[in-house]
Design a protein around this ligand. Structure first.
Ligand SMILES: Nc1ncnc2c1ncn2[C@@H]1O[C@H](COP(=O)(O)OP(=O)(O)O)[C@@H](O)[C@H]1O
Ligand SMILES: [Mg+2]
Length: 384
């Protein structure tokens, strides 16, 4: 099937608009080449998705002002449409890697190369470099909330500001944290995840801060903690509301002075980390109850982001379902193309207490059991 291509061009005053160049170069290789100025491309992509005629590829120029966040926002607006960048220098290649663009084409443009890059299937996850954003890491959504979210990610990405992400379980908090990291100047350094609720209280201090040899009976050698592992990168503290009070004090110190002490050490260490936290708890309430330190709350809550539950944004369900079908079909080895309107209505009428994670699981289950190219009502199993 020949792809439908949207060219998001910089400005109408370019001597020869990119669209005309591409239309000429691509000829019969594509079904349609549409054009929109960059500022209107988002609306065009969303409108096409809403009309059931989503674009397959967006082509845009990696000019110096273009940011990774802007590229991702385009991909999300188009229902995870493939993005092909046109680059004149090494900046463009770096940008493409950083924002998870499907491909990058170098100037001077060659018709054959462009046609090839635009028509080819996206590379699978297996080949992707672990540190680079996977294409499936894109945050999908269509309402005003996602615009606001991308705006806020763009605001903080370039800084080291501490970010606090609030939202129910499964709403995408970790995905947002990862996106902040991969959009930041720290993107080549590690992104380290610590789930404060999953690690037993007695081990959490050791996990985070490490120890010196002899600090306790089993400490037969020095151990660097995860904080040190995140040096120059980003530390994501998930379920921060579950952090035990003694550790809250140690974390506060890291936030205030970038200093900490390993268990049993008599020296302080310095660390350069950007901290992003997440919680599904009401921290105000935990503070009022005395189980969360108020001073720490102020420190982590410098730049809050709130992610709405899926039941408040049912308009995202269709986009997400298609995104998850594309995400999982390769590994299942099934050529599933889509979903029937009836099956989609079933998803849309359920309230998803487990949010996007639950939707992803249900789509995956339906894909496992389905026998045809479309997910049908019978494939969708939801609790009553
Ligand atoms: N808006 C979204 N677009 C695409 N995938 C999403 C979105 N929100 C969540 N997901 C996916 O749903 C799953 C759960 O998200 P996660 O970030 O772990 O949620 P949380 O940390 O809030 O519990 C992950 O596989 C994630 O990639
Ligand atoms: Mg999580």
């Amino acid at each position: 099937m020949s792809p439908r291509v949207l060219v998001a061009d910089r400005s109408p005053v370019t001597s020869q608009p990119l669209r005309d160049q591409l239309a000429e170069l691509l000829g019969a290789a594509v079904a349609e080449v549409a054009w929109a100025p960059r500022e209107l491309a988002l609306d065009q992509l969303r409108a096409a998705v809403a009309a059931g005629r989503a674009f397959d590829v967006v082509v845009l120029d990696a000019d110096p002002g273009l940011t990774a966040v802007a590229v991702r926002e385009l991909a999300a607006a188009g229902g995870n449409v493939r993005v092909v960048l046109i680059a004149g220098g090494s900046d463009g290649i770096a940008l493409a890697a950083r924002c998870g663009a499907s491909d990058v084409v170098m100037r001077p443009l060659s018709a054959a190369e462009l046609a090839f890059r635009i028509a080819r299937e996206p590379a699978g996850d297996a080949r992707a470099d672990k540190r680079r954003p996977r294409k499936t890491d894109i945050i999908i959504g269509t309402g005003p909330w996602i615009k606001e979210l991308y705006d806020r990610i763009a605001m903080v990405a370039a800084t080291d500001v501490t970010v606090a992400i609030f939202g129910e379980s499964g709403t995408g908090k970790e995905l947002v944290a990862r996106t902040i990291h991969t959009s930041s100047p720290r993107h080549d350094a590690p992104f380290v995840v610590v789930n404060c609720a999953a690690i037993p209280e007695a081990l959490l201090e050791d996990e985070l801060f490490g120890h010196v040899r002899g600090a306790f009976t089993d400490a037969t050698r020095d151990r660097e903690g995860l904080l040190a592992a995140a040096d120059t990168g980003t530390l994501f503290l998930d379920e921060i509301g579950e952090m035990p009070p003694p550790l809250q004090g140690k974390l506060l110190r890291v936030l205030q002075s970038q200093e900490f002490r390993r268990i049993g050490d008599d020296q302080d260490r310095r660390v350069d980390v950007r901290i992003v936290t997440a919680t599904n708890r009401d921290l105000d309430q935990l503070v009022a109850r005395g189980s969360f330190r108020q001073d720490l709350y102020y420190r982590i809550n410098v730049f809050p982001m709130h992610i709405p539950p899926l039941r408040d944004r049912a308009e995202d369900i269709a986009l997400l379902v298609h995104h998850f079908i594309a995400k999982h079909r390769g590994r299942l080895g099934k050529s599933i193309e889509g979903i029937t309107p009836g099956a989609l209505r079933r998803f849309a009428s359920y309230d998803f207490p487990g949010n996007v994670r639950e939707l992803e699981n249900k789509v995956h289950q339906a894909m496992v059991v389905t026998e045809g190219p479309m997910l049908t009502e019978a494939d969708v199993v939801l609790p009553l």
